[in-house]
Design a protein around this ligand. Structure first.
Ligand code: PLP
Length: 365
């Protein structure tokens, strides 16, 4: 064994050695419809106003460690119920990490699967026991009896439920989620990353359940580059997370930019509306193709099923035509034969639909 390999093997935890790094496809030169980003930037006058704000950013000083102005604005704008606190993270990914870092090493973490990959990735990395409970085939609904049985058997410290779910894009049955929150003796995190595109939220339910936390991000809304997520819940729970957080986890450029953006919320609402209109168009068009089945979406992306064993070839043919989407099929299980496309601008969506149409025609030859 080489000395560097020996050094690695004797230094790092086995969980870390067994993992692979989260890889992101190189999108340079492609129409980028792979990562649930908002395709729109800001009008020139808004950009100028934003730059004027940043010009006076005290970059030589540490930022406000509690980002008080931003927290206050988030509480107002997103109607966090009275009496609940908010913790900010460098993306909601960081909040998931913080929460898991606070658990005892014997804890288990439960989530429906397929779901957001970071729940498992971060649990594995920290040596926690991750339990993925399969969704029902076709409907992608929660398997409530299986969830309740797993809760009773394993008493998970944390349950993550993405609402809407990534990568299946649906909102799970609300009554089922409520039963899970009630049955759980540990925490339940409702991950509302796609809240801007869904007309449903557990935020108003915070007062009804002591073990409920609601997490969101500004990434899918149109600020993915900022890296800002937040979690709302009982102040005593949030206080525990503050202990683990690095003191200055939200830098001053992010704080000021987010405050500026939230003060211009109408702009994002308008962009969100465009994206939802396009979602309806792309959904309808996808379902017109022979052999394609698009699943209904409450998010800014659509999961669709392709003819058996053709997903990877279709993905590659679409990419060949300059459009990058996401191939979910290699994950197998319920995602076999599935591809996922993020809703872009009308032009980008049309380019995607044309590329798909061409790919299907070529494969049929
Ligand atoms: C994208 C996504 C996140 C991560 O968001 P960031 O704030 O960008 O880290 C969290 N949860 C779900 C379900 C997501 O799809």
């Amino acid at each position: 064994m080489s000395s560097i390999q020996h050094l690695i093997n004797t230094t790092f935890r086995p969980e870390v050695l067994a993992m692979s790094a989260y890889k992101v496809a190189d999108a340079q030169g492609f129409i980028k419809l792979d990562a649930m980003e908002n395709p729109y930037h800001w009008p020139e006058d808004i950009k100028q106003a934003w730059l004027a704000v940043l010009k006076d950013c005290p970059i030589n000083r540490y930022p406000d460690p509690e980002a008080r102005d931003l927290v206050k604005l988030i509480k107002d704008v997103y109607e966090i119920p009275e009496g609940f606190d908010v913790l900010l993270g460098n993306g909601s990914d960081e909040i998931i990490q913080l929460l898991l870092m606070a658990l005892p090493p014997t804890a288990s973490v439960l989530a429906p699967t397929p779901g957001f990959v970071m729940y498992k990735q971060l649990s594995d990395c920290l040596g926690l026991t991750y339990l993925g409970i399969p969704l029902l085939a076709d409907s992608f609904e929660l398997d409530l009896p299986a969830m309740l049985a797993a809760i009773q058997q394993h008493q998970p410290a944390v349950i993550f439920i993405a609402y809407p779910n990534n990568p299946t894009s649906n909102l799970f049955n609300e009554a089922a989620i409520r039963e899970i929150i009630q049955a759980a003796e540990g925490l339940v995190v409702i991950d509302e990353a796609y809240a801007p595109f869904a007309e449903a939220s557990f935020m108003p339910a915070l007062g009804q359940y002591g073990n409920l936390l609601v997490m969101r991000t500004v990434s899918k809304l149109g600020l993915a580059g900022l890296r800002l997520g937040y979690i709302a819940g009982n102040p005593l729970l949030i206080e525990q997370l503050h202990k683990i957080r690095l003191p200055y986890n939200i830098n001053c450029l992010t704080q000021l930019s987010a405050e500026f953006a939230l003060s211009n919320k109408a702009l994002f609402d308008q962009q969100t509306q465009h994206i939802c209109q396009e979602r309806a168009r792309v959904f309808a068009q996808l379902n017109q193709f022979d052999g394609i089945y698009a699943y209904p979406s409450a998010a800014n992306f659509i999961l669709f099923k392709t003819p058996k064993d053709k997903a990877t070839a279709i993905f590659a043919a679409i990419k060949q035509q300059g459009v990058l989407i996401k191939n979910m099929s290699p994950q197998g299980g319920l995602l076999a034969d599935c591809l996922r496309v993020t809703i872009g601008t009308p032009e980008e969506n049309t380019a995607f639909l044309d590329a798909l149409s061409h790919s299907l025609a070529t494969l049929a030859d």
